[in-house]
Ligand binder design. Structure first.
Ligand SMILES: *[C@@H]1O[C@H](CO)[C@@H](O)[C@H](O)[C@H]1NC(C)=O
Ligand SMILES: *[C@@H]1O[C@H](CO)[C@@H](O)[C@H](O)[C@H]1NC(C)=O
Ligand SMILES: *[C@@H]1O[C@H](CO)[C@@H](O)[C@H](O)[C@H]1NC(C)=O
Ligand SMILES: *[C@@H]1O[C@H](CO)[C@@H](O)[C@H](O)[C@H]1NC(C)=O
Length: 285
């Protein structure tokens, strides 16, 4: 064989033999697919041949549209992608995108996800107004429930996962998203929500104490405030103990990975190459 061709033939073989599943990326609030480009490039560099789909729906201000609307629209795209890859796909959602992604996993029986990675997402809710000032000027967490726990407030994504520990009854009466996908409120879909999550081969929950946006940061790993400001970690939460959505079963079968990384601000998770190398790539098959 012509020696000059050897590298090309090798490259071709690497592509041919690549067994990596395709990866779907879902961006966070007030950003778009561009913010996920670093992750996309790094995956393709380290796992050559991986097909990456970087979702570009609901970018910028439209990321404030309701969670169900985003889950159902993006979910149809993901179902279409999944149908083209019978061996399954991997799914990574950053920030709000990780909560959209979980909704998709739990809702779409025709989406076949092998590994789902939640990258600093408010999985158990959010009770902190920090960055929200940009979107809702003057908002403070103590009174934000007055806006979010109303018919109007539920027209925003943030309202759909706002969880004020001091106003649980209002949360239960108004919130149309989080209490449902958490099976905190039972519905006709509850069984599907759980069964679909249980189809995952791996659930990876990444978060850390220096996040400063996800509040409490443990929400990224299903920990949350009790009825006051005391944080109760996932394994002591009712959602886990009574196995409402399958977290416990995933854990007991070795499929749940809880990853805590200090020293990372919320706006750096998807910009930090060592996070991709150390926390994402090892779980992508
Ligand atoms: C499904 O994906 C294919 C290939 O990417 C595309 O051509 C088609 O329009 C998609 N269908 C729907 C319903 O989105
Ligand atoms: C997936 O299921 C949804 C209903 O849950 C359906 O609307 C959609 O067409 C399906 N997509 C594919 C690609 O099968
Ligand atoms: C918060 O509530 C928990 C029980 O729900 C209790 O053990 C703890 O003492 C309370 N902490 C404060 C500061 O009130
Ligand atoms: C990047 O991630 C590493 C952990 O993998 C962390 O120690 C470091 O502080 C992070 N850097 C930034 C700028 O977030």
């Amino acid at each position: 064989m012509n020696r000059n061709l050897v590298p090309f033939v090798l490259l071709f073989l690497v592509h041919l033999c690549s067994t990596y599943k395709p990866v779907v990326l879902i961006h966070g609030i007030m950003t778009g697919s561009g913010s996920m480009e670093m992750i996309s490039r790094r995956i393709q560099e380290k796992h050559p041949g991986t097909k990456v789909y970087n979702v570009n729906r609901f970018e910028s201000w439209s990321s404030l549209e309701t969670m169900w609307h985003q889950v159902l629209e993006i979910g149809l795209d993901v179902a279409n992608i999944s149908s083209q890859h019978p061996d399954g796909i991997n799914l990574i959602g950053y920030s709000q995108g990780g909560l959209v992604a979980r909704g998709i996993v739990q809702t779409f029986a025709n989406v076949s996800v092998s590994t789902f990675i939640s990258l600093s997402s408010p999985q158990a809710g959010q009770y902190g107004a920090g960055f929200l000032h940009v979107i809702f000027p003057g908002l403070v967490k103590e009174s934000a429930y007055e806006l979010f726990y109303s018919r109007v407030g539920q027209h925003t994504s943030v309202g759909n996962y706002w969880k004020d520990p001091y106003h649980q009854t209002l949360y239960e009466s108004y919130s149309v998203y989080l209490p449902y996908i958490n099976n905190h409120i039972q519905s006709a879909k509850s069984e599907d929500f759980k069964n679909n999550l249980l189809r995952l081969k791996r659930l990876v929950l990444i978060g850390g104490p220096d996040d400063q946006v996800i509040t409490p940061w443990q929400s990224s790993q299903f920990g949350y405030y009790d009825t006051n400001d005391t944080v109760v970690e996932m394994r002591d939460q009712d959602i886990y103990q009574t196995d409402r959505i399958g977290l416990r079963a995933l854990d007991e079968s070795g499929r749940l990975h809880v990853v805590t990384v200090p020293g990372v601000n919320h706006f750096n998770w998807h910009m930090n190459v060592s996070i991709v190398d150390d926390c994402l790539l090892p779980y992508l098959d």
